[in-house]
Design a protein around this ligand. Sequence first.
Ligand SMILES: C[S@@+](CC[C@H](N)C(=O)[O-])C[C@H]1O[C@@H](n2cnc3c(N)ncnc32)[C@H](O)[C@@H]1O
Length: 197
Amino acid sequence: MYYFLLASLIESADKVANTTSVYGAFLKHLKKSAQKELILESADFIQNDNSHQVFNEDSNKLIKHISGDILYLDPPYNQRQYSANYHLLNTIALYKPFKPKGKTGLPEYNRSSYCKKNEVKDSFEELIKNASFKYIFLSYNNEGLMSKEDVENTMKKYGKYDLVTQEYQRFKADKTENRNHKANKTFEYLHILEKNN
Ligand SMILES: C[S@@+](CC[C@H](N)C(=O)[O-])C[C@H]1O[C@@H](n2cnc3c(N)ncnc32)[C@H](O)[C@@H]1O
């Protein structure tokens, strides 16, 4: 019940947050949606009779202790650290106050190697190497720190590789001239590996 209510609160609070969807910084003026009342709506859960386990751990440590048929990976693909960009939701989840520091008020946060250009390839290879799974799926896009070829070359070393590509219109929260990627289209990749174990 506690976690159900917590998930409901986090989802509902996010709907009235005064941000441009991430929490790296706050808007100076209250935007329209942030002036609305916070309404606690119940989080959506699919109930079934299966048993599940949930971990909150670094993937590269956890991978050494789990095994299965299918491993689905959906890591960050750019430098934007999730712990910084969603820190307020983490604060609600942990119910642990922090002292805001600096201009943006960010607390100390975990930094993922998947968001670091000089570490991501090694971390990814280590993860694939240590994975005791028959099939591995990775969602990544064409604007990521690892190129399509980087991922392909790493995965190929460990079994039979395949790729599915889907084109999308780019999400535009900002003006084109301010963006690093000026293209209107983006490609989502699903990298697939049948692993030789
Ligand atoms: C693209 S999001 C995943 C979104 C998720 N699939 C969903 O649908 O809600 C990437 C997630 O990976 C987490 N992450 C980053 N580095 C990690 C690491 N080394 N180990 C485990 N999780 C990590 C981030 O905190 C973030 O929650």
